[in-house]
Each structure stands twice: as structure tokens, then as C-alpha cells.
Design a protein around this ligand. Structure first.
Ligand code: ADP
Length: 455
């Protein structure tokens, strides 16, 4: 096993990775910025290196600085880098540089990161490997005439998306030809500002879809397994807020079928490491939208129902081991739900950074809190507002919902506003209990109950 792993990340995910490393007897190196020096991941790691000040908008400093992260590795003698999610996790040039100097990037090859990072290419490769995709035009759209032609071909409504997109940004829904030009121009601008790449593509808008994603692991030698699905349909602005597994709308036959399709595709690519194949699901059909070549925020729900440590598997695969499990060894037990605890004031989701005077983490049977908070910690305004993930596991969905309600009631992050009141309302809603919703539902629901959330 590796001797020393540098974690090129911060917050709850850095802590999550350090925990597994400790259990495996692997030394850890944390990196941090000047505002993160008192963070829990710095305290928990064996060593820590400051990689600079927080980055200002659109600059590649500190956590985004390839040079500083690689220098931190060299200074500390780390033999591998775990990128977590976000920051450099899906930057193929970084992967290439790291591997070139003999440090192991814990994740797929640079080639696979690049391939899946280009959503047009990803779709055509996956389609060629037998994965069903959202109907779309998989060429970059260079002129407004091309866009009109493509939209006519697909039929309205359509969605324009950034080729290099992520985090739900750079997407525009278009209901009719009159809205098309403005949406195209705006999507391009947003794509350029967000990803430095203004290329966009067009897809049929799936109007009543659920977000279903399949967790896979490949060993880089053509073997792969899947860990069923996660249902991430509860979203706001195309960003996930609550995830669960198994999905209330997928049965075991469908799970096996789609899981096998994903495994076949990633095996034929020779994919290495953890990955998530994302689909929209409507009326019994799956439509591939993208593949994420990293650990996902919501990976713990899969860990809870399958009883596996996905970070441990990532480390083992990266070190050259074979897969620990075969598909037959894996059994989904019970139901797990994750609620993302963001330091935000609902219903507007305005960030709410500041000093945490009192933090109390929920506990008890089937409750897991992955958080970097502690009493006296100051949540900096510079980063994503995710400050914790409350994960519950129980025998079935209704028991998991009851457990989530109980655990949300125990969580204290005083005096910071969080997304807790939103979840407390949501899990009392009949539509949520009945699993009767699609990816567009939550936004309207928030508008309807906005007043209650303010109260
Ligand atoms: P990102 O990489 O920015 O997260 P994705 O392609 O994964 O983008 O899509 C994120 C979310 O956007 C999906 O879960 C879904 O809610 C919405 N979305 C994406 N493509 C479509 C589509 N063709 N029709 C309807 N909704 C879509």
C-alpha cells in the first residue's frame, strides 16, 4: 500500500479520505490555504502544507494550483495524490503531470478524465459502447443556424449545455424557437466564464425525468463492478440536495440491467478507479447524460447499503490491486439517504459563513455525519457552502425517512443558517413520501412553501 498520500482538497471530503488512510496505516498530508489553517482536515492529517491564499475568481491558486500541489507532494515525499471532488479532480493535464513525475494520481488515467470531461465525446463513446443516451446533436454548435437546425431536428423543448460543463452551470432550457438565440448566446457566455470553453451542445429536454446514477469501479485491466444506483432527483438549479439509494422507482431487474451495461462500457474502456455514470430516467428508460471520473459527494449512501469503503477501494486499485469484490459478493441492504447540510439561508440559498459557536452532531443507530465543523470553527466565505452531509441508514425507505427526521432535529450549527429547515419541510411532504417527483419539481415546491421556510 502507499506510504503517504497527499489529499488535494479541503472540508469534509479531505477529512473523509484521511479517515480511511488512517485505518489502512497510510500517512496523510493535508494542504490548506491561509484561511483554512485551523481546519479539521489540517488537524487530523499527519502533516500539513500551506499552498497559498484562497483563490480569487477564475484564478488557479492554492487548491487549484497544479504547481503548488505538486511541490507539496515533493516536499513531503508523498507517493500518491487523492484529489477528492472538485478542484483538480477532473483536470486531465494535472493527472498527466502528476503521473509523469512518478506520483500516483488516485483516479483514472488522464485520457479517461479528458474523454469524460468533454461531454460531447463522452456521449459518443458511451453510445458506441452500448449505453443509451439522451437524444441530442453531438457536435459543437458553431452558429445560430446550426442551433436552429439541431433544435428543429430534435423537437422542442430542448436544453443547451456546456461541453465542458459541471455543477449544473451553463445550461439553458428552450421551449420554443423564439427563445433559442438568446439562450444559445447566454449558455456560451456562461460556459466561457465558468469553464474557459464556450463550446455548447444541444439535447432533447427530458421533461419528467429522475436523476439516476450508477456507481462503478474498474481495475484498469478490463474488470469492473457496479454498486447499484443513487437517486439524486431532489435538485435545485441542477444541483443535488438530497440523495437516496436504492431508488424508489428502480427494481432489481432494472438495476442489474443498467449496471451491467455500465460495467461493459467501462470494462471495454479499461477504466481505472471509481466513477459514476449519470442518467436521466423516464418511463422505464435510461438516458446517459455524463460520467464523473471521481468520488462523488453522495458516495456515502452507497457505502452504507453495500457495506464497502469506496475510498479504500480507490486506494487499493490505484496501488495496483485487483478488485476486492466480485459482483455476486455485493448485496444492497436497507435504504440510505443523504441530506446536504449547506451553510445557506433558505429559501434563497444565500451563503451564511461565520463562526460556529455550538456544533452538535447527531448520532445513534444508523446515523453518519461527515462534517468538518467543530465548536469555534469559522466557516470561511471563500468556498462552497457544503459543511456537512447527514447520512442515515435503516431497513427501508420509510424507516430511513423517520431516522432522518430524528437526526435533523438533533443537529445544531448555532448561529449559522443551514439547509436543515428545508429538509424538515421536505420529508413531511406527501409527494416526497410517495416519491412522486422529477428533477424539476423541487424548485417549484420551494417557491410554494417559501414562506414557511422563512418562518
Ligand atoms: P453537470 O455536469 O453540470 O452536473 P449534468 O449533465 O450532469 O450537468 O446534468 C445535471 C442536471 O441537469 C441533471 O441531473 C438534470 O437535472 C439536468 N439536465 C441535464 N440534462 C438534461 C436534459 N437533457 N433534460 C432535462 N434535464 C437535464
Amino acid at each position: 500500500m502507499f506510504e503517504k498520500v497527499l489529499i488535494a482538497n479541503r472540508g469534509e471530503i479531505a477529512l473523509r479520505i484521511i479517515r480511511t488512510c488512517k485505518e489502512l496505516g497510510v500517512s496523510t498530508v493535508a494542504v490548506h490555504t491561509t484561511v483554512d489553517q485551523d481546519s479539521m482536515h489540517v488537524r487530523m492529517a499527519d502533516e500539513a502544507v500551506c499552498v497559498g491564499r484562497p483563490a480569487s475568481v477564475n484564478t488557479r491558486e492554492s487548491y487549484l494550483s497544479e504547481r503548488n500541489i505538486i511541490a507539496a507532494c515533493e516536499i513531503t515525499g508523498a507517493d500518491a495524490i487523492h484529489p477528492g471532488y472538485g478542484f483538480l479532480a477532473e483536470n486531465s493535464e494535472f493527472v498527466e503531470k502528476v503521473n509523469e513525475i512518478g506520483i500516483k494520481f488516485i483516479g483514472p488515467s488522464a485520457e479517461h478524465v479528458r474523454l469524460m470531461g468533454d461531454k460531447i465525446e463522452a456521449k459518443s463513446v458511451m453510445r458506441a459502447n452500448g449505453v443509451p443516451c439522451v437524444p441530442g446533436v453531438e457536435t459543437g454548435l458553431e452558429s445560430i443556424d446550426e442551433v436552429h437546425g439541431a433544435a428543429r431536428f430534435l423537437g422542442y423543448p430542448v436544453i443547451i449545455k456546456a461541453t465542458a460543463g459541471g455543477g449544473g452551470r451553463g445550461m439553458r432550457q428552450v421551449k420554443s424557437p423564439t427563445e433559442l438565440e438568446q439562450a444559445y448566446v447566454q449558455a456560451r457566455q456562461e460556459a466561457h466564464a465558468g469553464f474557459g470553453d464556450s463550446r455548447v451542445y444541444i439535447e432533447k429536454l427530458v421533461t419528467n425525468g429522475r436523476h439516476i446514477e450508477i456507481q462503478v469501479l474498474g481495475d484498469g485491466r478490463g474488470n469492473s463492478i457496479h454498486f447499484g444506483e443513487r437517486d439524486c432527483t431532489i435538485q435545485r438549479r441542477h444541483q443535488k440536495l438530497l440523495e437516496e439509494t436504492p431508488s424508489p422507482v428502480i427494481d432489481s431487474r432494472m438495476r442489474e440491467e443498467i449496471g451491467e451495461i455500465c460495467c461493459k462500457a467501462i470494462s471495454s474502456l479499461g477504466y481505472e478507479g471509481a466513477g459514476t455514470v449519470e442518467f436521466l430516467y423516464q418511463s422505464g428508460k435510461f438516458y446517459f447524460i455524463e460520467m464523473n471520473t471521481r468520488l462523488q459527494v453522495e458516495h456515502p449512501i452507497t457505502e452504507m447499503v453495500y457495506g464497502v469503503d469506496l475510498v479504500e477501494e480507490q486506494l487499493r486499485i490505484a496501488y495496483g490491486h485487483e478488485l476486492t469484490f466480485s459482483q455476486e459478493d455485493l448485496e444492497c441492504r436497507g435504504h440510505a439517504i443523504e441530506a446536504r447540510i449547506n451553510a445557506e439561508t433558505v429559501p434563497g440559498f444565500v451563503p451564511c459563513p461565520g463562526r460556529v459557536e455550538l456544533f452538535h452532531s447527531p448520532g445513534g443507530l444508523g446515523v453518519r455525519m461527515d462534517s468538518n465543523l467543530y465548536n469555534g470553527y469559522t466557516i470561511p466565505p471563500n468556498y462552497d457552502s457544503l459543511v456537512g452531509k447527514l447520512i442515515v441508514h435503516a431497513v427501508d425507505r420509510s424507516a430511513a425517512i423517520a431516522r432522518l427526521e430524528r437526526a435533523l432535529g438533533e443537529l445544531i450549527v448555532h448561529p449559522i443558517n443551514t439547509t436543515v429547515p428545508l429538509f424538515q419541510q421536505l420529508i413531511r411532504d406527501e409527494r416526497f413520501h410517495a416519491s412522486d417527483y422529477n428533477v424539476h419539481w423541487l424548485e417549484n415546491w420551494i417557491e410554494e412553501i417559501g414562506e414557511k421556510l422563512r418562518g
